[in-house]
Design a protein around this ligand. Structure first.
Ligand code: NAP
Ligand code: HSE
Length: 443
């Protein structure tokens, strides 16, 4: 039985998918049963990295979805619209969907899942988080017995690639970002990568799967690496830490109504050099899942790029194709019975807690006058606010400094965010303090 694939998009990921479909030799035998029927692109004249029969291309994505020869719709065009409407259109036509589009799933996942459940079709999203790393299906299925305490990870390949090259080679931010775009790692608008929005989309999806409910994407605080200064990376290094863009979802309480109360955020974070996430470099991603009773499980691998992402997309297509094959769909025209785990849905409410009530370790860089008693006064402000310190260090002023100023770096123990903010407000009011120059999280 041949299964018709309609591809929406033939960019980095779409071309990677087409490449796998065109070369089935040595892969799972079901790959040979997948036939690329139509491909939607925006610009029919654009040169493509893969040779395709030009008659497959169309500038009308709705026609691709509606084509009766298309059994599975693969959405790899990106953006919110028309991607969302096309996914819903495919579902309404009873066609399963595979998508790599975390922006759409993070915002419209509930609407899409409800439509899919009602119509009895699968929407699979393995490629939406972690590129080639299997993390969606493991969270839905293999770790389903656990109470998940925390999901944390490096889930944006572009920023990890930038941070790694800046740290290893002293490369300039804009040069490395241009390389990440050329290599197909970055989003169409790389602001989503460097400002933390892409990682926030992904942690919204992981948290929803880990905690069993919809996590409001718009409420997730996200800070990226676009304002990170090289001197903070250098100071962190001297203190024994690497700086990573970490996305974290943690259950802080179980409310009386059964809702999971979550602390979810994206922040540049100091990671101790001996922590498993510190060794994740380049375009690689890693997701650390902590659960009861499994303990700590880490998923690691290439987090972006054509091949790794297409690997995840095609795996989802094969899952659907396999179910269709065993259930005889196509011959009977009936939808396949949904596997409740593959089609995971919400089972409890989730809420984000007030950020002021969360607890974290912090790194702070203060620009101060270089005079006796400054460190004492800063320490007193922290102490008065109940913020316990792990270390307070004065760094040599940067070359070209005026000699009258100092840079003081503080690392706190885990403290309530409200106490930390109160301490910073008191410190900023000290006449000897010029500014709170940087504030990062610390693991
Ligand atoms: P891309 O290289 O920009 O490709 C997008 C493709 O979609 C292009 O072929 C484009 O056509 C087509 N397209 C866009 N809007 C269209 C429209 N309105 N009608 C018809 N065709 C349209 O993007 P990508 O990097 O492959 O990413 C695709 C999706 O995968 C995004 O959701 C992204 O977040 C996700 N993703 C990407 C990666 C990665 O490493 N790149 C990894 C995981 C997930 P033209 O070629 O004619 O412009
Ligand atoms: N732009 C994304 C990243 C692609 O760099 O991680 C993978 O989702």
């Amino acid at each position: 039985m041949t299964i018709g694939i309609g591809l929406l998009g033939l960019g980095t990921v779409g071309a990677g998918v087409a490449q796998i479909l065109a070369t089935p030799q040595g892969r799972h035998p079901l790959v040979a049963a997948l036939a690329l029927r139509r491909v939607a692109v925006r610009d029919l004249q654009r040169p493509r990295p893969i040779a395709l029969d030009p008659s497959l291309l169309s500038a009308d994505p709705e026609a691709v979805v509606d084509d009766p020869a298309v059994d599975i719709v693969v959405e790899v065009m990106g953006g919110l619209e028309p991607a969302r409407s096309l996914i819903l259109r495919a579902i309404a036509a009873g066609k399963p969907v595979v998508t790599a589009n975390k922006a759409v799933i993070a915002r419209y996942g509930e609407e899409i899942a409800a439509a899919a459940a009602e119509r009895g079709v699968y929407v699979l999203i393995e490629a939406a988080v972690g590129g080639g790393i299997p993390i969606i299906e493991p969270l839905k299925q293999s770790l389903g017995a656990n109470r998940i305490q925390r999901v944390s990870g490096i889930i944006n390949g572009t920023t990890n690639y930038i941070l790694s090259r800046m740290a290893d080679e002293g490369a300039a931010y804009t040069d490395v970002l241009a390389d990440a775009q050329r290599l197909g790692y970055a989003e169409a608008d790389p602001a989503a990568d460097v400002q933390g929005g892409d990682a926030a989309d992904k942690i919204a999806i992981l948290a929803a799967l880990a905690y069993g409910g919809v996590v409001p994407r718009s409420a997730i605080p996200a800070c990226g690496i676009d304002r990170l200064e090289a001197r903070d990376v250098a100071y962190a290094d001297q203190l024994g830490y690497g700086v990573k863009l970490l996305a974290v979802a943690e259950q802080v309480a179980l409310a009386a109504d059964g809702a999971a109360e979550l602390d979810v955020s994206v922040n540049p974070t100091l990671v101790p050099r001996d922590h498993p996430l510190a060794g994740v470099h380049g375009v690689n991603n890693a997701i650390l899942v902590e659960g009861d009773p499994v303990g700590r499980v880490m998923f690691y691998g290439p987090g972006a790029g054509a091949g790794p992402t297409a690997s995840a997309v095609v795996a989802d297509i094969l899952n659907i194709a396999g179910i269709r094959q065993v259930s005889g769909v196509g011959s009977s025209g009936q939808p396949a019975p949904l596997d409740p785990l593959l089609a995971a849905g919400s089972w409890r409410p989730c809420r984000l807690v007030d950020p002021a009530l969360t607890r974290h370790r912090n790194y702070v860089r203060l620009r101060t006058s270089d005079q006796a008693g400054v460190i004492g006064r800063i320490g007193t402000c922290f102490g008065d606010a109940g913020v316990s310190l792990q270390s307070i260090v004065q760094f040599k002023p940067q070359a070209g400094g005026d000699g009258a100023h100092a840079e003081i770096v503080v690392i706190t123990h885990e403290v309530p965010e409200s106490a930390f903010r109160a301490a910073l407000a008191a410190i900023e009011a000290l006449p000897v303090v010029d500014s709170v120059a940087a504030c990062l999280r610390t693991l």
